[in-house]
Design a protein around this ligand. Structure first.
Ligand SMILES: [Cu+2]
Length: 183
C-alpha cells in the first residue's frame, strides 16, 4: 500500500511539476554569497538570464555588509547616499518585479570599489507579449537555394503513429497506476 501511494504521489508530482512556469531563484555569488572577498559579480551575472518573476537572494554578514539598490550613476560612482532601498538583514530576497536594469552595491566604505557591486538586466519573461521584432535587415548571407532536383519524398504519415504511441504510453502509465493503487 505504501508502494502504491508512493507511485501515485510520484505520478502526481510529475504531472503537476512539468507544465509549471520557471521562476528562478538566483543566489548572488552562489555559495560565496555577497562579500568583498574574491567574487566578481559581473562574472557571476554574465551568462545568466534574469526575468521578471525571478528572485535574487543576497546572503551576507549583516554586521559587515548591506545591500543597497541604487541608480546607475550611483552604481558607477559607488555612492549609496541616495539608495533606492537598503537591506541589512543578512539574507535578502529581492523579487525582480519589472523589466530593466537593476544596480546593487554594498554601502560599507570601500566595499563597492573593491568589488561589491552587481548590475543585472531583467528581461520580460519569454511567453509574454510582443517583444519588438528585430528591425535589422539581416538577410541570411549567401544561402544556397535548396536543390530542387532531388524530389523531396512525400511526408510520411508520422503524426498518427506518434499520437497513437503517446496514447498507448499514457494508457500503460494509467493502467500501472490503477494496478498499483489496487494492489
Ligand atoms: Cu560589504
Amino acid at each position: 500500500m505504501t508502494m502504491a501511494l508512493a507511485l501515485a504521489t510520484a505520478f502526481l508530482i510529475i504531472l503537476l511539476a512539468t507544465p509549471a512556469a520557471y521562476a528562478t531563484q538566483y543566489v548572488v555569488g552562489d555559495s560565496a554569497g555577497w562579500t568583498n572577498f574574491g567574487v566578481d559579480y559581473s562574472t557571476w551575472a554574465s551568462g545568466k538570464t534574469f526575468s521578471v518573476g525571478d528572485t535574487l537572494v543576497f546572503n551576507y554578514d549583516g554586521s559587515t555588509h548591506k545591500v543597497a539598490e541604487v541608480s546607475q550613476s550611483d552604481y558607477n560612482s559607488c555612492s549609496a547616499s541616495n539608495a533606492l532601498k537598503t537591506y541589512s538583514d543578512g539574507s535578502t530576497t529581492i523579487p525582480l518585479s519589472k523589466a530593466g536594469s537593476m544596480y546593487f552595491i554594498c554601502p560599507t566604505a570601500g566595499h563597492c570599489s573593491s568589488g561589491m557591486q552587481l548590475s543585472i538586466n531583467v528581461a520580460t519573461p519569454s511567453g509574454s507579449t510582443t517583444p519588438a521584432p528585430p528591425s535589422g535587415s539581416t538577410t541570411p548571407s549567401s544561402g544556397t537555394p535548396p536543390t530542387t532536383g532531388t524530389a523531396s519524398p512525400p511526408p510520411p504519415a508520422n503524426n498518427g503513429a506518434a499520437t497513437t504511441f503517446c496514447n498507448m504510453y499514457s494508457l500503460i502509465l494509467g493502467s500501472l497506476l490503477v494496478l498499483a493503487l489496487l494492489g
